[in-house]
Design a protein around this ligand. Structure first.
Ligand code: 2M8
Length: 428
């Protein structure tokens, strides 16, 4: 398919998934609004309909909590029966939502939405229109960044404590296998809906879902208070990607403030303190990779995955270490397509099973941005082209088999289509 046809097909996917003021990731599998999905989706929509891209971001912000958190899911009241878990699993969460009419989950996602607001804004050539959008959204974008910095801060480090694998968006990554090993059981175990449209062998296991649901119960019991949650939870991590994307979002928020003539909301001193902690907690000198940190047992989760490479997009990692990490990972992923989320030599590797090895377009988009920041523009350009080739061959799938390149998960997936548009728009 030549690029103009690919572009038209990508737009058609986004139009088909348009729910009015937001875009669902997939009509069949995820019929609500997802936080970081909408951020990536807005980047694609902005290539052809700026006003609609802005609405995508603002409708997500409209589901915010009084504390400033922007939840990971905003539920559409219509298709509630088509997705599990629904808002009934998060009853106390509803008491935190600012808009009494909105229904949300009780956890968040990496704050890509702030970065999307900067990038989408920049696509508006009319200065007044661009500034008006930033002025409207600035207070909520800022509150989201501050929520993560304060309400998710543990004593000792200025990093972001993450309380549920769904917050990372890498649900069943081997990075979170210690949750499965903890053997938590939820009080109730209703039947899952996610295996109706995708084969069970490609999705997280029932044991993973037990952990996800049990953590929701612990969060509910603590009424979303971090200290209370920690008293009983075996899961709390510094996710390398959450931290990196917080840093990126904080820097991008400063840039928006500068455009608006406002003082920097996140002072440089705070950013450099964050950078130092990022290196201390996340760099694994033996692996030569950025990895995650388990806040419960106070140790690194020493497992190389593509999350550490995505983190290079945050701009807080050392470019020298970034180059080491990329070169090591390239050796590890021999035999698989770039960038497989888990390298083939890892005992948990599965080329098709969700976050345990496949290739995802938004992962490659982040890694390519990180390679550029670390001074590897040619590698970045090659990866972007390889990513477009995969989509050309296999379509706008949710994700791709990292050995064969075959489409996996559900088809007609929004962020795959949106980032295809963004990648095409930057092609030389
Ligand atoms: C997946 O996560 C949801 C739970 O939030 C699920 O499996 O039901 C992940 O791939 C996540 O990263 C993504 O944001 C979401 C919607 O595309 O689906």
């Amino acid at each position: 398919m030549p690029d103009p046809q690919l572009e038209a097909a990508a737009r058609a996917v986004l139009l088909a998934n348009d729910a009015g003021t937001w875009t669902v990731p997939s009509r069949v599998q995820y019929p609500h609004q997802w936080n970081w999905d909408s951020a990536f989706i807005s980047l694609g929509i902005a290539t052809y309909d700026w006003d609609r891209a802005v609405i995508e971001i603002e409708s997500m912000l409209a589901a915010r909590w009084r504390e400033g958190m922007v939840p990971h899911v905003r539920y559409d009241p219509e298709p509630l029966a088509d997705y599990f878990p629904g808002p009934d699993r998060w009853p106390r969460a509803q008491g935190h939502v600012e808009d009494p009419a909105a229904r949300t989950s009780g956890i968040t996602n990496p704050p890509v939405l702030v970065t999307a607001a900067l990038l989408v804004g920049r696509r508006q050539p009319d200065r007044e229109g661009r500034l008006a959008f930033w002025r409207r959204t600035f207070p909520e974008l800022r509150a989201f960044i501050e929520y993560l910095a304060h309400d998710r801060r543990l004593p000792g480090a200025p990093l972001v404590a993450m309380v549920h694998p769904w917050e990372s968006g890498w649900d069943n990554s081997p990075r979170w296998d210690h949750l499965r090993a903890a053997g938590l059981r939820p009080r109730q175990r209703p039947s899952r809906l996610d295996t109706h449209h995708v084969i069970a062998a490609d999705r997280p296991t029932d044991a993973d879902y037990d952990g996800y649901l049990a953590l929701i119960e612990l969060l509910e019991a603590a009424d979303y208070n971090l200290t209370e949650f920690l008293a009983s939870s075996p899961f709390c991590v510094y996710d390398v990607l959450m931290d990196a994307l917080w840093y990126r979002a904080a820097s991008d928020l400063n840039e928006i403030a500068c455009e608006l003539g406002e003082p920097e909301p996140v002072p440089q001193g705070r950013l450099s303190e964050f950078r130092a902690a990022f290196e201390e907690y996340h760099w694994d000198p033996d692996l030569g990779q950025y990895v995650d940190w388990d806040c419960v047992i106070q140790r690194r989760i020493s497992r190389p995955t593509a999350a550490g490479l995505c983190a290079l997009a945050g701009g807080c990692a050392s470019p020298d270490r970034g180059r080491v990490a990329w070169n090591r990972y390239r050796e590890l992923q021999t035999g698989a397509l770039p960038v497989c989320t888990v390298p083939p030599g890892d005992p948990a590797f599965d080329a098709r099973r969700y976050w345990r090895g496949p290739v995802w377009v938004h992962v490659n988009w982040l890694v390519a941005g990180g390679l550029e920041r670390c001074g590897m523009p040619d590698e970045a350009a090659r990866l972007r082209r390889q990513t477009l080739d995969t989509v050309q061959r296999s379509g706008f799938a949710e994700y791709f088999d990292s050995i064969t390149g075959a489409a996996c998960g559900v088809d007609g997936f929004s962020w795959t289509a949106a980032l295809t548009l963004d990648l095409l728009s930057h092609e030389p």
